[in-house]
Structures are given as structure tokens and as C-alpha cells.
Design a protein around this ligand. Structure first.
Ligand code: HSE
Length: 298
């Protein structure tokens, strides 16, 4: 059986709405083999669709169709560690798992660029699917059905601390609350900061990151839907975070923190508890520079 490991992802990174995303060290695992008929199992408590509406299956089927092949069926086993509908790329992980798995089963007829393009087309935007496949921080633009992308590796000592609320936020709803038009000055505000973010992260000029995650395109509209998000931002900055932003469409808040601040997580646990956010989970993560991998059987 193929065993595929797919990282969680964090998109937007403040100002880079629909364009920037990075992979972090938290993983889903999908085991897959061809079969007659469809069998889908969850290896943990996570409830997943076990019929043809399963996103891993749909994505595998998409690759077979694209390659002009017939899929007789699959056995799929899913270990879902990435929290669902929380802004950490759980649906992108399913799409990438299905596509990478199907491509392997077919003898890899599709190249990396083909997979990047197809995954972004299925998801609708490339900022989660591309880093889920490639790892690192990825800048990507979907234009004319093709993704133009650059992947760059990030310092593995930097921490990405995910502060994960106990409620879901559907991407469709989090996009529905955004304005159709924004003032020219807001567009300029964001594009300058998105450019500053990548340059600062990659050059190690981390003191710029707080200014670079400033955003006027989505966070001001989404943060009111995330209870006490401003208080959590303030607490993370008070404990020394370089930057805090809404991860993807939310509701997870992501803090970028120096590896030298060793008590950041216990301090934030205390702060969340003091704010009454005792059900929020904290994951202490680093960058994943490798992307999706097929793990050999023991
Ligand atoms: N860029 C997307 C959004 C990410 O913010 O809506 C969603 O996964």
C-alpha cells in the first residue's frame, strides 16, 4: 500500500491573501491502493465521508480522468491529524493526498507542475495546495489555469505556534464576508506588506514581520467572527511573537516566534485560559521544507 504524508499549511500570512502559504510540521497520513470497488476507513476518531463524496477519492479520480484512465476502485485509509475547517489546510491535504497517490499508482504520468495546477484548480486558490505539495513557503499565482510559483526554504529554528479555536469556520463563509471592492490605498497597503513579508522572512529580518502581516483585505472582516482574537493577538505580541496573523480563512491564529523564546507556549496557554478560551488547542510547530512524501513501507 502507498503511505503518503501530507503537511498542514497556513495561507495568506497576513497581507498575502490567496498568494502566500507555507507548510508546517503537522501531518495527515493517507494509505492507498487500487481495488475493485471503494473502501474508505478512518484510522482515528475523525468522521470522514466513506463514499464517493470523499475528497481524497474525488481527487484521485480527477487524476485518473485527466490521464484518460479508468479507476476501478480504491482502498483508502486516512489518519487525520490536521484539524478540519480551522484554517490549517485540511481539505488541501486531502486533495494533495488523492492526487499524489493516484499519480504514483499510474506510474507518475503527471509532473509536479501538472499536479500543482490541477490541485489549485480543484481548490480554487493555490495558497494551501501548493505548499502542501512542495513544502517551505510558496508564492503562487493562478493565472489562465496555470500556477506560477516559487518555493523557498525557511529557517527550521523558527516556531509557528498555532492557536486553534474549538469552533469551525468554513472557507466559503469566511470568503462571503469579504467586500467586492476595496479602496486603492488598501490594495497598496497589502501589496507592499506581502512583498515585505517574503523578503523579511527569507533574509532573517524577522523584526519586520509585525509590520509585514498588516492586512486590510481579509483579517478586519474575519477577526470579528473569531471570539477574543484581538486579545489573543495582543497577548502573543506581549510574549515576544515576531508576528501574529489569521491562518488561512481562520479561525486559527498563527504566531511566528523565535526558537529562543522557550516559554511562549506555556505563557499562551495561561493567557488563553485567563481569557476563558480553555478549549483552544495549541500546536508548537516548525516549517516543513519537504512537502508531501510517499513513505516507504517498513
Ligand atoms: N486564501 C484563502 C482565504 C485560504 O483566505 O480564503 C483559504 O484556505
Amino acid at each position: 500500500m502507498l503511505n503518503i504524508r501530507i503537511p498542514a499549511t497556513s495561507a495568506n500570512l497576513g497581507a498575502g491573501f490567496d498568494a502566500l502559504g507555507l507548510a508546517v510540521s503537522h501531518y495527515n497520513y493517507v494509505r492507498m491502493e487500487e481495488a475493485d470497488g471503494l473502501t474508505i476507513r478512518s484510522c482515528d476518531e475523525t468522521a470522514i465521508p466513506t463514499d464517493e463524496s470523499n475528497l481524497v477519492y474525488i481527487s484521485a479520480q480527477t487524476v485518473y480522468l485527466q490521464c484518460g484512465k479508468t479507476l476501478s476502485g480504491l482502498v483508502i485509509e486516512q489518519e487525520n491529524n490536521i484539524p478540519m475547517t480551522r484554517g490549517l489546510g485540511s481539505s488541501s491535504a486531502c486533495i494533495i493526498a488523492g492526487m499524489v497517490g493516484a499519480n504514483m499508482l499510474l506510474g507518475q504520468p503527471m509532473g509536479i507542475d501538472d499536479l500543482v495546477d490541477l490541485a489549485a484548480t480543484v481548490e480554487g486558490h493555490p495558497d494551501n495546495t501548493t505548499p502542501a505539495l512542495l513544502g517551505g513557503i510558496v508564492t503562487s499565482v493562478l493565472s489562465g489555469g496555470r500556477v506560477h510559483w516559487v518555493k523557498q526554504e525557511v529557517d527550521e529554528h523558527l516556531r509557528f505556534v498555532a492557536l486553534i479555536p474549538d469552533f469551525e469556520m468554513k472557507t466559503s463563509e469566511a470568503r462571503a464576508c469579504l467586500p467586492h471592492l476595496v479602496p486603492h490605498r488598501d490594495a497598496v497597503y497589502n501589496l507592499s506588506r506581502a512583498a515585505l513579508f517574503s523578503a523579511s522572512l527569507l533574509s532573517g529580518k524577522y523584526e519586520n514581520l509585525r509590520a509585514a502581516v498588516g492586512d486590510r483585505l481579509h483579517q478586519p472582516y474575519r477577526m470579528p467572527m473569531i471570539v477574543k482574537s484581538q486579545e489573543v493577538f495582543d497577548a502573543a505580541y506581549a510574549h515576544g511573537a515576531y508576528a501574529v496573523y489569521v491562518s488561512g480563512a481562520g479561525p486559527t491564529l498563527m504566531a511566528i516566534v523565535s526558537g529562543e523564546i522557550t516559554d511562549f507556549v506555556p505563557c499562551m496557554r495561561h493567557e488563553l485560559d485567563m481569557l476563558g478560551l480553555t478549549a483552544w488547542e495549541i500546536l508548537d510547530l516548525s516549517i516543513d521544507n519537504r512537502g508531501t512524501e510517499v513513505i516507504p513501507d517498513d
